[in-house]
Design a protein around this ligand. Structure first.
Ligand SMILES: Cc1cc2nc3c(=O)[nH]c(=O)nc-3n(C[C@H](O)[C@H](O)[C@H](O)COP(=O)(O)OP(=O)(O)OC[C@H]3O[C@@H](n4cnc5c(N)ncnc54)[C@H](O)[C@@H]3O)c2cc1C
Length: 386
């Protein structure tokens, strides 16, 4: 693969993560889905391996992965458990990245080190009122002396159950100011925070929850960027996040493809292996094409982002949209190849079928990706540089 030549570390990281995932995560993957929780021992291991701090630079104690390396690690973890894969990418990228890029030296020192030491972060943008329309969010941050007082409700927040701290987008301006009135804060878990776990269809175990911030007081130094810059910074986190979220979907689709190929080669029907029936072979070929197309788009977007190319925002949405559209196709065909067994809870593809739907919704729906792509094509989206 061309990307292995561009980055010789890539196959090394892939092998390391694959070995870890197969050895330490696979025996627990079914339980994680059924019980909708990741055991503390595994959380500790993930932290210890640097998977919850993948983008944190080495100077802060993290592994210092590039975005492309993070995407490959996310793919490999999610090939075994999407819940584990998304937990790692949210903490290790969507939370780590905005701190790395936009926070003060003191915040970097404290929170990047926290992640590197196995701490888990969550990214709180979506609210019950508004997900796609996040610029209308209503959580408030009111300045009182040297502190902000944060009150409001966030929902569908990955890692909410496990997080040691939260990035919270809150309104410091007026509602009419839309995105210009939003700022971003780091908020430690404390008594002012109530988390209710949500029972989601897929990506189970990722600790998705609703969070109530009940007059949480944070020092003004916990703001990332200037007042009113929070929405733009959150969007930059989402741009990166789309690439790694897509990569978790790639891992899910890869697992479905592998299961389907194996089943098609071993199951016989009408005197021949399934794969020797042309229509099944056509399904397998179709899945293989879409899988490689998604992979290429994700790696290309990640590579462009690593090179600092501003067009990566468009490519990130293209990668995410392709992983959603074709990923759902791949897993649907994988279930079709499995017949009745695929539809039973005994099969792995039943879980993957529930999982892949998330990629059409989380980190911006398919519709939102198309909005971003067209905005980028008409020159209306640019990377945010303070
Ligand atoms: C498993 C999971 C994990 C998540 N993790 C996080 C997280 O860690 N942090 C976080 O902040 N959020 C998270 N989310 C929230 C996610 O980003 C939102 O659910 C998503 O952005 C959609 O927002 P919504 O649910 O409010 O749907 P809505 O915005 O209400 O959308 C409903 C439908 O209307 C469509 N729609 C809305 N507006 C438009 C428009 N202008 N044009 C065309 N169509 C439109 C949407 O595409 C969708 O089909 C998570 C969601 C899930 C499912």
């Amino acid at each position: 693969m061309v990307f292995n030549h561009l980055d010789p570390q890539l196959p090394v990281i892939r092998n390391m993560v694959r070995e870890f995932a197969e050895k330490r995560v696979e025996p627990l993957a079914r339980k994680i889905d059924e019980e909708n929780t990741i055991p503390q021992d595994l959380l500790d291991l993930l932290g210890g391996m640097g998977f919850t701090s993948m983008r944190v630079p080495e100077e802060y104690g993290g592994p210092g992965f590039t975005l492309l390396q993070t995407a490959v690690a996310a793919e490999e973890l999610s090939r075994i458990s999407s819940g584990v894969g998304i937990l790692a990418t949210v903490s290790g990228d969507m939370v780590a990245y905005p701190i790395m890029e936009y926070a003060s030296a003191d915040l970097k020192e404290e929170y990047l080190a926290k992640l590197a030491n196995g701490g888990i972060g969550a990214f709180g943008l979506t609210e019950p009122c508004c997900g796609s329309d996040a610029a209308s969010l209503t959580t408030k941050a009111v300045k009182e002396g040297d502190e902000y007082v944060i009150s409001g409700r966030k929902t569908f927040i990955t890692n909410a159950v496990y997080a040691d701290f939260f990035l919270v987008a809150a309104r410091t301006g007026k509602l009419e100011d839309k995105h210009r009135g939003v700022s971003l804060f780091v908020v430690d878990r404390s008594n002012c925070i109530e988390v209710s776990k949500l029972d989601m269809m897929g990506y189970r175990g990722s600790g998705t929850g609703e969070i109530l911030f009940n007059e949480c007081r944070v020092p003004k130094e916990n703001r990332i960027g200037r007042e009113g810059e929070g929405f733009k910074i959150a969007m930059m986190a989402l741009n990166e996040g789309r690439i790694v979220t897509a990569s978790t979907g790639l891992g899910v689709a890869q697992a479905a493809f592998e299961d389907a190929l194996k089943y098609a080669r071993t199951r016989t029907s009408m005197g021949a292996s399934l794969i020797d029936h042309q229509m099944v072979a056509s399904h397998i070929a179709d899945m293989s094409v879409k899988l490689e197309a998604i992979r290429s788009l994700i790696y290309m977007a990640a590579w462009e982002a690593d090179q600092g190319d501003s067009d990566y925002i468009r490519l990130a949405s293209i990668a995410k949209y392709s992983a959603a559209k074709w990923g759902t196709d791949i897993v649907r065909l994988a279930m079709q190849v499995h017949g009745g067994f695929g539809y039973s809870r005994e099969s792995r593809v039943e879980r993957l079928y529930r999982d892949i739907k998330m990629i059409e919704i989380g980190d911006g729906t398919n519709e939102v990706q198309k909005l971003v792509i067209t905005k980028a094509l008409t020159g209306k989206i640019h990377p945010f540089k303070p």
